[in-house]
Design a protein around this ligand. Structure first.
Ligand code: GAL
Length: 365
C-alpha cells in the first residue's frame, strides 16, 4: 500500500481527501496560490460523484504538500431548476437576476442537461479575481447531443474556494473561411470549443487552448486583460496575432501546456472519447506557437494508451529544479465517479525532449 508520501502513479490507486472521501476533481489542474499570505496547492476539477449526470459542477481541494487534500467543496454549483436562483446560496452568489439573465445562465448550470468538463483556474493580479474557464456543453434548446453546444464557460470569484459566479458561455475564435473544412461542426458551428485548458505566461498574458473545428484543430487564443473574454472580438480577431490554429486536421485534445527553461511544452491526446490513446507533445518558443511536433513522450510498456490515462495538466512543482508532474485521468466509463488520477514525473532531456516514464509508487527523491 502506498503511504501518504508516495504517488501511486501508473498504478492509479484511489485518492481520498483528509476526511476519507474519494477525491472528485477529474479533468483537473493543480497550482499554487497565495491566499491571505499562505501558499497552498489548489486542485480544481470535475465533480463526478453522480457519474455523468446529474452534473456535479466544479470541485476544489487544497493541500500544503500535494499529498493531503482538504475538501474545499463544490465551488461552482449546478441547479435542479431555474427556481434555485431563489435559494440562499444562489441569491448570495448571483444577487437578483431578471428572468432573461436567469434563463441565459441556467442553460449551462442545469444539472439534468449540462456538461461541465476540464475546468481550469487562473488568478488575475490586476483585478484580484480568480477566473475559471471550462468546457460548457450538454443538451440545450436546439441541440440534443451532449457535445453539440461546444462553448467555453467563464466564472469569477474573489477566492479560489469560491463562491464562483458564472458569467456565461461563449463560442471562441474561428478561421474566417466558410469554404474551409470545419469537421463535423461545419461553418454554422464555427468557434466551437470542446477540450480546453488555460495557460498563464510569465508576462501575465493568459491564453486559452481548445479543440475546435469538430476537434480537428487546436486553437490558442489570447485572453483580455481581465481574463474573462477573448482579447479581440470574435468577428474581427486576426488569425496569427490574436489566435493561432495548430496541428490542423490532427484531432488532438486533453491539452496540457507548461513552461520550462525558455520553452513552452504542450502534451495532448488523440480523440477517442473516454478510451485512452497515445499521447503526443510539441515544443515552441511562444505560447501561440509555431509548435514543433516531438512525438510520443511515453517510452515504456503501455505507451499506446499513455499508461491508461489522458492528460489533464502538468503541475509545475518546482520550476527552478525542473520538477514537473504530469497529471492524467484514467477514465472509467462504466463508473465515472471512480475514474482514477495518474501522476507521473516529467523527465527532461537535451534538445527539449521530455519523457513520461511509467512509474508506480514513486516519490520526488
Ligand atoms: C474525451 C474528452 C473528455 C470527455 C470525453 C467524453 O475525449 O477528453 O473530457 O469529453 O471525451 O466522451
Amino acid at each position: 500500500m502506498p503511504d501518504n508520501k508516495t504517488f501511486s502513479g501508473a498504478a492509479g490507486e484511489r485518492m481520498y481527501d483528509t476526511k476519507g472521501k474519494l477525491i472528485q476533481a477529474h479533468g483537473g489542474q493543480i497550482q499554487k496560490f497565495t491566499v491571505n499570505g499562505t501558499k497552498r496547492w489548489y486542485w480544481i476539477g470535475e465533480d463526478k460523484t453522480d457519474g455523468y449526470r446529474p452534473c456535479g459542477g466544479i470541485h476544489m481541494y487544497s493541500s500544503s504538500d500535494l499529498f493531503q487534500w482538504k475538501d474545499e467543496g463544490v465551488i461552482l454549483r449546478t441547479m435542479d431548476t431555474i427556481e434555485d436562483f431563489m435559494l440562499p446560496y444562489f441569491k448570495q452568489t448571483y444577487g437578483d437576476l431578471d428572468r432573461i439573465e436567469q434563463k441565459r445562465l441556467f442553460v449551462d448550470l442545469d444539472r439534468q442537461n449540462c456538461v461541465i468538463e476540464r475546468p481550469k483556474i487562473i488568478y488575475n493580479k490586476k483585478t484580484g479575481k480568480y477566473v475559471i474557464w471550462f468546457h460548457a456543453d450538454g443538451r440545450c434548446p436546439g441541440s440534443e447531443g451532449d457535445y453539440g453546444k461546444a462553448k467555453a464557460g467563464v466564472a469569477i470569484a474573489d477566492s479560489p474556494t469560491g463562491n464562483f459566479r458564472f458569467l456565461g458561455s461563449y463560442k471562441l475564435n474561428y478561421h474566417n473561411d466558410p469554404t474551409a473544412d470545419y469537421g463535423f461542426d461545419g461553418w454554422e458551428n464555427r468557434g466551437s470549443v470542446r477540450d480546453m485548458n488555460l495557460f498563464l505566461d510569465k508576462d501575465d498574458t493568459a491564453y486559452i487552448i481548445y479543440s475546435s473545428e469538430g476537434n480537428r484543430t487546436t486553437y490558442i487564443s489570447k485572453l483580455n486583460d481581465a481574463y474573462t473574454a477573448l482579447a479581440a472580438e470574435r468577428d474581427t480577431a486576426r488569425e496569427g496575432i490574436d489566435f493561432t490554429r495548430n496541428f490542423i486536421g490532427a484531432y488532438k485534445e486533453a491539452h496540457a501546456m507548461f513552461h520550462y527553461k525558455n520553452k513552452y511544452y504542450l502534451i495532448q491526446s488523440g480523440c477517442t472519447g473516454w478510451s485512452p490513446n497515445p499521447a503526443s507533445y510539441a515544443v515552441a518558443d511562444c505560447p501561440m506557437g509555431p509548435w514543433k511536433e516531438m512525438g510520443d513522450p511515453c517510452p515504456d510498456v503501455g505507451k499506446e494508451t499513455t499508461y491508461d490515462s489522458q492528460s489533464a495538466c502538468v503541475i509545475p512543482v518546482e520550476e527552478e529544479n525542473g520538477i514537473y508532474v504530469y497529471m492524467g485521468d484514467r477514465w472509467n466509463e462504466q463508473d465515472l465517479a471512480d475514474s482514477r488520477y495518474v501522476w507521473l514525473p516529467i523527465q527532461f532531456f537535451p534538445d527539449s525532449r521530455i519523457a513520461l516514464p511509467r512509474m508506480e509508487n514513486w516519490t520526488f527523491n
